[in-house]
Structure formats: structure tokens, C-alpha cells
Design a protein around this ligand. Structure first.
Ligand SMILES: Cc1cc2nc3c(=O)[nH]c(=O)nc-3n(C[C@H](O)[C@H](O)[C@H](O)COP(=O)(O)OP(=O)(O)OC[C@H]3O[C@@H](n4cnc5c(N)ncnc54)[C@H](O)[C@@H]3O)c2cc1C
Length: 416
């Protein structure tokens, strides 16, 4: 079923009786060519590209809960490609280009809104660093614009420019960045994958791998054994737990990250802004709520909820940047489990077990990566070779020391 304006009008006039479920609810088959574990953004995008671009028809996505119930439906919805390092910038720019055509590709309104993002600058050293980053972006075909304080003030006059501990001295803008309605991304990919024959199996938990003579033959699940030619794992915050079932210990830790939404306000923030002297990022949803977040809670956890010290810390960041936020009431908050890698960059690679592939380590920037991650993982699963934009995301970089440490923090996952 194709969605269109005409269809909406027709259904409105005929009592909305013609809508069909957006995807089927099939029972698992005995065997698939490819089984993707995890019905988050990355798993569903992988299935979509496997079927649509790489022509694989016998594909299943296995999800222990419901699709969109993980981080894909919990994030603060920011997309951008403003990275510095060679291993990252081409990949994230590829992702942003895929976002730009996503709604047409999926025939689904994911509310992709390129409202722009500005990373604020608070010191001369930070201006130097952001200038370098902007140049790296431009060299990789992305857009970047260095703003002085007056240019930022024209767009966001109510920010705390002068009377602040960390005065705003400018900003690095990426006008093509923005926000996307996060759960619609899961639904759009699911609907498209399903229409290409992918089985999306919800409420089915993978409980183990069947490995014989170094080859993965399929997965044990709460609905029984499912055979597979290849198994791709894309379970984000549960990566350590899942790969532990294959006796693998990953260079990844799981941490909680919280998100917050204020009561609805009149239009205030035209784009996304990030505080450069603390950790605080904010946008305004189409319903009017300020959607914001900050740091991880700082300890390993699988709990999908956070704690009060970080609420206070994030709100302090907001107050330092835009003091009038103190008058807004906090309406909702929640947590998600982040797969924090040792260098802050992801992994899309084969494992040492034949037929078992891994996608993870997205830290708290994996939403913007969803299309490229799915595309590159599908490429790897279909061709047994990395996609050209994801050649750096290999396991062996932790052995050879070729880290992609965007922040220069070293091997401390909670700081990336
Ligand atoms: C509060 C918060 C804010 C964020 N903000 C941003 C942002 O603004 N921009 C950005 O780019 N990124 C952001 N992120 C990060 C981003 O959301 C994640 O990196 C990304 O969504 C992870 O990939 P995913 O969508 O596939 O994960 P998920 O949606 O978590 O999907 C993984 C799925 O695997 C399933 N699963 C786990 N174990 C099993 C099993 N054994 N069997 C079967 N299924 C299993 C889970 O149920 C889950 O549905 C944020 C994350 C959080 C929590």
C-alpha cells in the first residue's frame, strides 16, 4: 500500500476503513539466508537495504520486545555530520545524504527536518578546534559555516552571551543537520522491509547462538531455533550481553543516557544548539516541547531509567546557556542503554565466528548513523566486504592501535 495525499483524502471520506497494517506479524520460518538480531533503527535499516539494495529476500529481524522500543525511540532525534576524523566524517556524511532522501525511499513521513545545528563556541581554543572540524567537514563534501557571536545572537538573541561564566564567542553551524521523528524511522524502515518480504518477528528473544566447527548455524530464541546462513547482531546497548552468548568479550561498555522534554512552549528554538562549555543539547519538537539531554549517568547499567544527579547537571547546563529555561516545567524524562566503545566510534565487522557479524558501539550518536549503519551492515552481510565508507570500523583497530578517537579522550568509554 502506497501512502499519498490522495490516499489520506480518500480514507478521510470513506471512514478510514482501507488502511492495512504497516507490517505483518509472521511466525518464524525454520531457516533464513540472513537473520538480523535487534529491531531497532539499525537492525531494521539493515533489513531494508539487504532486501531493497542487495536483493536478499529470505531475511528476518528478530526483536525481543517491540520495534522502536529501544534507543531508536528514546533518543533526542538529532542528525548531523559534523565530525573531524577521516574514519568518521565520510560515513556520517553518507548517512546525512541518505536521510535527505529517506522519506521518498521509504514512502513514509519520518519528519526529517533540516532545521540546522549550531555548536556554540566559548573560547579561542574552541574556535580553533571548530574551525579545523569545519574544514574537515568541507573537505569531505559536508557543509559547515563558522559564525561569530553577532551572527549567533541574530538567530538566538535570548542566549546568555555576556553575563555568563562562559560567554558565547561564536558557533559552528551545519545547516543540513536537524531532527527526525525517531520512532517513525523504525516504523518506516519496518514497513519498507516488510513490503520487500522481510519477516519482522517481535516478542522473540535471542537466547543463544548455535555454533558448530567455528560456524554459526542460527540462533536459539524464545520461539525455538531459527537457522540462518548469516547472523547480524545489531542490539545497541545489549551488545555485550548478546555477544557474551557467543563467548565474545567486546571493547564496549553499557551506560545509561537520559533525555528530557519540557512542557509545550510557543516556537522558540529554530534549530538545534549545543552548549560548548558543558554537556547540553536542545531542540524544540513540533509539538512545542524543548527536547534536551546531556551526559551519561556515568556508571555501567542495563536499566532504562536515569538518576537525579544527572538531571540536575543537565538542567544546570541548560540554565547556563539560556537562563529562561528555568521557568519551563519538565514534562517527561527517560533513559536508554548506550553501547559505549573504547574510542567512541562504532564497529561494523565480521567476527571470528564464520557467519556471525556485528554492528555496535554507537555510543550516544547512533541515531544519526541509522541509514548509513544499515546500508553498510547490509553491504557487509551481502558481500563479505566492508562498504567503502565503513572500512575503518573494524574490530582489529583495538589490536593495532588505529583508534578513531574523535574527542581524544583515550580508552574511557563513559567520556566519549
Ligand atoms: C536518551 C538518548 C538520547 C540520544 N540522542 C541521540 C541523538 O540526538 N542523536 C543520535 O545520533 N543518537 C542519539 N542517541 C543514540 C541512538 O539512539 C542509538 O545509538 C541508536 O538508536 C542505537 O541503535 P538502534 O536504534 O538499533 O538501537 P535500539 O533501538 O536500542 O535497538 C536494539 C534492539 O535490540 C533488541 N534486543 C536486544 N537484545 C536482544 C535479544 N537478545 N534478542 C532480540 N532482540 C534484542 C532491543 O530490544 C532493541 O529493540 C541517543 C540515545 C539515547 C538513549
Amino acid at each position: 500500500m502506497r501512502y499519498s495525499g490522495f490516499k489520506v483524502i480518500k480514507e478521510a471520506l470513506t471512514g478510514h476503513k482501507g488502511w492495512k497494517p504497516a507490517w505483518r506479524d509472521p511466525e518464524p520460518k525454520a531457516h533464513y539466508d540472513v537473520v538480523v538480531i535487534g529491531g531497532g533503527g539499525h537492525g531494521l535499516a539493515t533489513a531494508h537495504y539487504l532486501a531493497k539494495v542487495y536483493g536478499q529476500r529470505k531475511v528476518a529481524v528478530i526483536e525481543k520486545g517491540w520495534i522502536g522500543g529501544g534507543n531508536v525511540g528514546r533518543n533526542t532525534t538529532i542528525i548531523r555530520s559534523n565530525y573531524l576524523l577521516d574514519g568518521n566524517e565520510p560515513f556520517y556524511e553518507f548517512s546525512l545524504k541518505l536521510w535527505e532522501g529517506l522519506e521518498q525511499d521509504l514512502n513514509y513521513n519520518a519528519m526529517v527536518s533540516q532545521r540546522g545545528i549550531i555548536n556554540l563556541i566559548h573560547s579561542d581554543a574552541q574556535r580553533d578546534a571548530f574551525t579545523r572540524r569545519g574544514n574537515a567537514m568541507i573537505l569531505n563534501g559536508a557543509d559547515a559555516e563558522l559564525l561569530d557571536a553577532e551572527q549567533v545572537r541574530r538567530e538566538y538573541p535570548y542566549l546568555n552571551f555576556n553575563d555568563a561564566r562562559f560567554p558565547i564567542k561564536g558557533g559552528l553551524a551545519q545547516r543540513r543537520g536537524g531532527t527526525v521523528r525517531h520512532d517513525a524511522v523504525a516504523w518506516g524502515y519496518a514497513r519498507s522491509a516488510d513490503s520487500h518480504g522481510v519477516d519482522i518477528i517481535q516478542n522473540c528473544e535471542v537466547t543463544g547462538f548455535r555454533v558448530e566447527n567455528g560456524k554459526c548455524l542460527g540462533v536459539e530464541t524464545s520461539k525455538g531455533f531459527i537457522g540462518a546462513g548469516k547472523v547480524g547482531c545489531a542490539v545497541a546497548g545489549n551488545s555485550g550481553r548478546l555477544m557474551g552468548m557467543a563467548d565474545m568479550r567486546l571493547p564496549i561498555e553499557s551506560h545509561v543516557l537520559q533525555a528530557f522534554v519540557s512542557e509545550g512552549l510557543k516556537p522558540l528554538l529554530p534549530g538545534v544548539i549545543t552548549f560548548g562549555a558543558g554537556h547540553f543539547y536542545v531542540s524544540q519538537s513540533d509539538k512545542g516541547g524543548l527536547v534536551f539531554g546531556g551526559d551519561l549517568d556515568g556508571y555501567n547499567s542495563y536499566a532504562q531509567r536515569g538518576n537525579l544527579p544527572v538531571v540536575e547537571d543537565v538542567c544546570e547546563g541548560g540554565m547556563a546557556l539560556m537562563p529562561m529555561i528555568g521557568r519551563a516545567r519538565l514534562l517527561r524524562m527517560w533513559g536508554g542503554i548506550m553501547d559505549m566503545s573504547m574510542d567512541g566510534s562504532p564497529i561494523i565487522d565480521q567476527t571470528h565466528i564464520d557467519g556471525l557479524y556485528f554492528n555496535g558501539g554507537w555510543c550516544y550518536g547512533g541515531f544519526k548513523a541509522t541509514p548509513a549503519s544499515g546500508y553498510c551492515f547490509a553491504h557487509l552481510l551481502a558481500k563479505d566486504a566492508p562498504h567503502p565508507t565503513a572500512t575503518a570500523y573494524r574490530f582489529d583497530r583495538f589490536r593495532t592501535g588505529r583508534m578513531i578517537d574523535e574527542k581524544g579522550m583515550g580508552n574511557q568509554p563513559n567520556l566519549h
